[in-house]
Design a protein around this ligand. Structure first.
Ligand SMILES: C[S@@+](CC[C@H](N)C(=O)[O-])C[C@H]1O[C@@H](n2cnc3c(N)ncnc32)[C@H](O)[C@@H]1O
Length: 196
C-alpha cells in the first residue's frame, strides 16, 4: 500500500459535505460525471455549477438506489433521458452509454474542467478511470473521487478507491485540494495536479 507524503495533503481543505467542496469550484465549465445512475448529482451540477456542457457517462443498466424505486435497470437509460430532455435538446447534457474508461477515452485530451468519478469502485476500475481522467482533464482542472473509503460497511463489500487514488497521487504527482466528509464516511476527495 503506497503512502502519501506531506506534499499530497499540505494544501488540503476539510469541509463538511461534497456539496460544500463542489461549490468552491468554478462555474460554467465542461463537466463529466462518471457513474450517474438516476442523475441526482447531475441535477445538482445543472442547478449549481451552470455547466457549459455536462457529459453523463454510465452503462445505464442499474436498478435505482435502494428505497427509491423510480425505475428498474431496463428503464435506467430512458429515465435519465426523460429527466434531462430539455437540457439534451439544448446541447448542454449528453449521455454516453458504456464502460466509463472507454467512454472517457473518446474525448479530446484536456477537454474537461471537472471530472466526477463515481462508477465501479473496485481497484482496477478506479485505476482505469483515473488513468483516462488524467489525460482528459485540463491542466488546472479538478478530478473528484467519490466514496473515498476502504470498505462499504452498508453493502459489505471492499472498495479500491483509497488505494487507487493514493497510488495515483504519488505516481502521477497530484494533491488533495479538498476532503469532504459524509455522514457514513463515504467521503469525497478533490484532486489537482501539483505544478511546482
Ligand atoms: C453510485 S451510482 C452513481 C451515483 C451518482 N454519481 C450520484 O451521486 O447520484 C454508480 C453508477 O455507476 C455505474 N457504473 C458502475 N460501473 C460502471 C462502469 N464500469 N462504467 C460505467 N458505469 C458504471 C452504475 O451503473 C451506477 O449507475
Amino acid at each position: 500500500m503506497i503512502e502519501l507524503s506531506p506534499r499530497h495533503t499540505q494544501n488540503c481543505k476539510f469541509v463538511h459535505s461534497r456539496y460544500a467542496a463542489l461549490r468552491e469550484l468554478p462555474q460554467k465549465g465542461v463537466i463529466a460525471e462518471v457513474g450517474v445512475l438516476a442523475g441526482d448529482l447531475s441535477q445538482w451540477f445543472l442547478n449549481h455549477k451552470k455547466p457549459k456542457e455536462l457529459h453523463l457517462i454510465d452503462v445505464f443498466y442499474c436498478d435505482d438506489f435502494p428505497g427509491k424505486n423510480r425505475f428498474k435497470k431496463k428503464q435506467n437509460l430512458s429515465f435519465v433521458k426523460k429527466r434531462f430532455e430539455n437540457q439534451i435538446s439544448d446541447d448542454i447534457v449528453s449521455l454516453h452509454q458504456g464502460y466509463s474508461w472507454n467512454m472517457l477515452s473518446k474525448f479530446e485530451d484536456h477537454y474537461f474542467d471537472l471530472i466526477y468519478i463515481d462508477a465501479a469502485h473496485d481497484y482496477d476500475s478506479v485505476r482505469r478511470d483515473l488513468k483516462e481522467s488524467a489525460k482528459k482533464i485540463k491542466l488546472n482542472g479538478s478530478i473528484v473521487m467519490n466514496d473515498y473509503i476502504m470498505y462499504d460497511h452498508l453493502a459489505k463489500s471492499a472498495y479500491g478507491v483509497v488505494q487507487a487514488t493514493n497510488e495515483f497521487c504519488v505516481n502521477e504527482n497530484w494533491e488533495f485540494d479538498y476532503f469532504a466528509f459524509h455522514p457514513n464516511l463515504f467521503c469525497d476527495v478533490i484532486l489537482k495536479k501539483i505544478t511546482n
